[in-house]
Design a protein around this ligand. Structure first.
Ligand SMILES: *Cc1c(COP(=O)(O)O)cnc(C)c1O
Length: 371
């Protein structure tokens, strides 16, 4: 049933921009690179005033993303700019925020370096035990599930119930799954943030982010924040993201299906000490993942014997690009300890791309055999 609803949204998305077009208009959005708009007389009657306030290319993207999210959506020039909008507009001095201890590191850095000095208390908890202790005393609770890079999950429906009971606002980073793979707003979250740099734009050629919410009061704050802080996307980047978004459904389905095959292979391979993928029935995250995720995602983590085995695996596999990030067309991998993540030296985050599944599985198996 959930899959049927998502299929309907993905189909609607492809025809959304065409609604309301006049004869002769282009069937795709235009890139509108302007800082100012023609503005005679009373500015309150003009649909566009100034390039920091609004832009038709952003609006095309936001409207399309809004179809998938099922909520009003605001774009930002990166995932961190979107998360920054949430962190900077919701808590006030004296409030406390709760963040994942094992999620995207820049979120903790932003909060600790810039929110804490303004008098906001910043606490962290591991994703796998995020609900322990409840949310009493928190103004903002921010969850990332599955967490990047450990791929632990947190029960979003239960988190939403606890957040409501505590009077906290629940924000969910849905980057690893996208709106097609997990529906935090429908599970009770107040706000969703996403780095569209990853699967949504999907071609490793642009940075973008968005915030979506059904709460008008919060959306007003996010809009004011963007307008006055000037954290605005470029029109060309918005257009690239729109273009990527149109193929998200087919790319993400392929990536998730191949990831399932790769994870099964890794789970049986003698050179792999451990593997985490929420779709594996033995994975500690599987039960919650099966309950709240539509698919199991395109990211896998595996642990090899040591740093040198991990580096050799990454560099020797011809279908694995050594790079950071995920959600792009090419399978890529990196050893996360090189960034200081608290993971074993041989821990590899693998982002599965669009290579045909059999070719990718054979290449990965080959490289592991040779370790
Ligand atoms: C990449 C990422 C971000 C940050 O996104 P940028 O577009 O690089 O700013 C935030 N959260 C998660 C989970 C990410 O993977």
């Amino acid at each position: 049933m959930v899959q049927d609803n998502i299929d309907a949204l993905a189909a609607k998305l492809l025809h959304h921009f065409g609604l309301g077009l006049q004869p002769g208009q282009s069937v795709v959005p235009s890139i509108v690179p302007t800082a100012v708009f023609h503005l005679p007389g009373d500015p309150t009657n003009a649909p566009y005033v100034y390039g920091r306030y609004h832009n038709p290319t952003w609006e095309a993207l936001e409207s399309a993303l809004g179809v998938l999210e099922g909520a009003e959506t605001l774009t930002f020039p990166s995932g961190m700019a979107a998360i920054g909008a949430v962190l900077m507009t919701i808590p006030r001095a004296g409030d406390r925020v709760l963040l994942p201890a094992d999620g995207y590191f820049a979120v903790r850095a932003l909060a600790e370096k810039f929110l804490a000095p303004l008098g906001v208390g910043v606490d962290t908890r591991p994703t796998a035990r995020f609900l322990d202790g409840g949310f009493a005393g928190y103004r903002l609770v921010h969850i990332e599930t599955p967490s990047n890079p450990g791929l632990d999950v947190c029960d979003l429906r239960a988190a939403a119930v606890q957040a409501k009971a505590a009077g906290a606002i629940l924000s969910v980073d849905n980057t690893t799954m996208t709106a097609l793979g997990q529906r935090p707003l429908e599970l009770g979250a107040d706000v969703v943030v996403c780095s569209d740099t990853k699967a949504v734009s999907g071609h490793s050629d642009t940075l973008m982010g968005h915030v979506a919410t059904r709460r008008g009061d919060l959306m007003e704050r996010f809009k004011e924040w963007r307008k006055y802080s000037g954290t605005i996307p470029g029109p060309f980047e918005a257009w690239l993201t729109f273009r990527g978004l149109e193929t998200l459904e087919v790319r993400f389905a392929r990536m998730c299906e191949t990831a399932g095959a790769v994870a099964a292979l890794l789970a049986e391979h003698p050179k792999v000490q451990s593997v985490r993928y929420p779709g594996l029935p033995r994975d500690p995250a599987h039960a919650i993942a099966a309950k709240q995720m539509v698919t199991f995602g395109s990211m896998i983590s595996l642990t090899l014997r040591d740093a040198s085995s991990a580096e050799r695996f990454i560099e020797s596999c011809p279908l694995v690009q050594p790079s950071t990030s995920f959600g792009g067309v090419r399978t890529c991998a990196e050893r996360r300890a090189r960034w200081g993540d608290s993971v074993p030296d041989g821990f590899v985050r693998l982002s599965v791309g669009l290579e045909p599944s059999n070719a990718l599985c054979r290449a990965i198996e080959n490289s592991l055999d040779k370790l």
